[in-house]
Design a protein around this ligand. Structure first.
Ligand SMILES: Nc1ncnc2c1ncn2[C@@H]1O[C@H](COP(=O)(O)OP(=O)(O)OP(=O)(O)O)[C@@H](O)[C@H]1O
Length: 463
């Protein structure tokens, strides 16, 4: 009996179902893969480009609300619109199944299934696919599909799927969210996604970089001031809390706040009101608070540099953004995304990544995470010649046994006796660039020189 040339994925958290399904379907269809972890769906879709996904509706033990099934149904339709989804539901879930059909599922089977019926449903689905795919394989369509996006995130790794699901769950609530992750992992992207998916989406998203607000301006910046409250206060001004009314307030770099300012922020959050400097009128605040930091807040609480009560106020829900080196399956997707963006920007159509470049990018430890990959791709595209990017076009530091940028990386020490002034300067510049993942502003700040002076030195030393 010849098998139907169709690729099927079965997703169910019960191993017995997967084994039974695989044994049955392999007799009739060319490719049958299974997974018990729905977080692997996006990665598997990208790799194999399935024609049909047979999807269970409930996952966490005992869950029967089918919420998860709907989440994964939407993910599949978003990532790979050409893939047919057939749902598996228990008897009694018919209403849910009907809702799922409206949301894009093609059909449903009742569990426990009848073998002939399941095969018939899948054959019909596959035959329809074969008709549709005569000219283009689903795999190619999936690979070319630029919609491996969740909001503005690119990434199919299970680690990122967990992040997307948390954002989906929490966005509709007013819970305070704390986003943790190394530099450049996408904390601001996550904060904006939370806002866009919330019921506050049509109101302001106010971002305050607490690392850049001075002690003296903190209160006026956050709570506002009245005319004449201090020398430069020429007129009444609302602070960021008020500006964010009805919307979201994103406090970035919250780990950089001094203890004195932490106390002021906590008071405002506890009382849910602010008082503009130079006035005594409390104004109620109506904001959704999102905070972010790359600092180890829990350690800081232990060391006494971050208030525990403030931490508990801001961390109702925590989102941890994994470093890029812990989700290597996303590197190629991101690299291709930036290739597309910058080859368009710099008018280099048709530019490709060589196989050896891809290998190098996937092996690298990316201490500056996605921001570093973004900059590395842009720089390589600007500096490269020819139609392909090669490993030499990238300025990447040697891989270190790094734990990333949350703890300071061990930098090779420099023995001044062994070098000339010139070579020392080159090494210092190099070291600062690596530490700050090519970020000129930060590297210049660390070196105590201006950005222009740093650019001059980069050019001088051919870096
Ligand atoms: N998953 C992703 N897909 C595509 N682009 C991303 C993703 N994550 C981050 N980026 C991009 O990487 C850059 C850094 O992201 P972002 O500013 O959100 O990081 P961050 O964690 O807030 O960094 P920092 O701690 O330095 O403020 C941005 O240009 C952002 O658009």
């Amino acid at each position: 009996m010849s098998k139907v040339p169709c690729k099927i994925l079965i997703v169910d958290d019960e191993e017995d179902i997967l084994v039974a399904g695989r044994l049955l379907l392999k007799q009739h269809f060319a490719t049958v893969l299974t997974t018990s972890d729905p977080y692997h769906i996006p990665g598997m879709l990208q790799e194999h480009g399935f024609d049909v996904v047979l999807l269970d509706m409930n996952y966490s033990t005992g869950a029967t609300s089918s919420k998860e099934g709907f989440h994964w149904l939407r993910q599949i339709k978003n990532l790979s619109p050409a893939t047919t989804v057939i749902l598996m539901t228990a008897y009694g879930d018919i209403e849910l199944a009907v809702r799922a059909l409206k949301e894009g599922a093609s059909d449903f089977v009742l569990k426990p299934w009848q073998n002939e019926k399941l095969i018939a449903i899948l054959k019909t689905a596959c035959q329809n696919k074969i008709g549709e795919n005569r000219n283009s394989s689903t795999e190619a369509a999936v690979k070319q599909n630029a919609t491996f996006h969740y909001d503005e995130f690119i990434g199919v790794s299970p680690a990122m799927q967990r992040v997307y699901q948390t954002i989906d769950k929490v966005a509709g609530t007013d819970a305070n969210v704390l986003i943790l992750g190394e530099n450049g992992t996408g904390k601001e992207v996550a904060a904006r996604a939370l806002h866009r998916k919330s019921k506050r989406a049509d109101k302001a998203f106010e971002k305050v970089d607490l690392g850049a607000v001075s002690e003296t301006l903190f209160e006026s910046e956050l709570f506002g001031h009245a005319k004449g409250a201090f020398t430069d206060a020429k007129e009444d001004r609302a602070g960021r809390f008020e500006a964010a009314t009805g919307g979201s307030l994103f406090l970035d770099e919250i780990g950089n706040l001094s203890l004195a300012l932490q106390a002021k922020l906590l008071t405002a959050l506890q009382s849910r009101q602010v008082i503009r400097l130079g006035t005594n009128k409390p104004r109620p605040i109506d904001i959704r608070l999102i905070c972010a930091t790359n600092m180890p807040l829990y350690n800081m609480v232990r060391e006494g540099t971050f208030r525990q009560d403030l931490l508990y106020r801001i961390n109702t829900v925590e989102i941890h953004l994994p470093p890029l080196r812990e989700r290597r399956e996303d590197i190629e997707l991101l690299a291709r995304h930036f290739l597309q963006v910058y080859s368009q920007k710099y008018d280099r159509p048709g530019l490709k990544l060589s196989e050896s470049t891809l290998r190098r990018l996937k092996d690298y430890h990316w201490p500056g995470n996605i921001r570093e990959l973004d900059h590395a791709m842009e720089r390589a595209i600007i500096l490269s010649d020819g139609s392909e990017l090669h490993p030499d076009d990238f300025y990447l530091a040697p891989n270190e046994p790094s734990q990333g940028n949350q703890q300071q990386q061990a930098q090779p020490s420099i023995n001044a006796d062994e070098h000339t002034l010139e070579s020392l300067e080159k090494m210092m510049v190099q070291k600062a660039l690596v530490k700050h993942a090519g970020n000129i502003t930060h590297a210049a700040k660390e070196l105590g020189i201006t950005r222009t002076a740093l650019y001059r030195r980069i050019e001088k030393h051919g870096l």
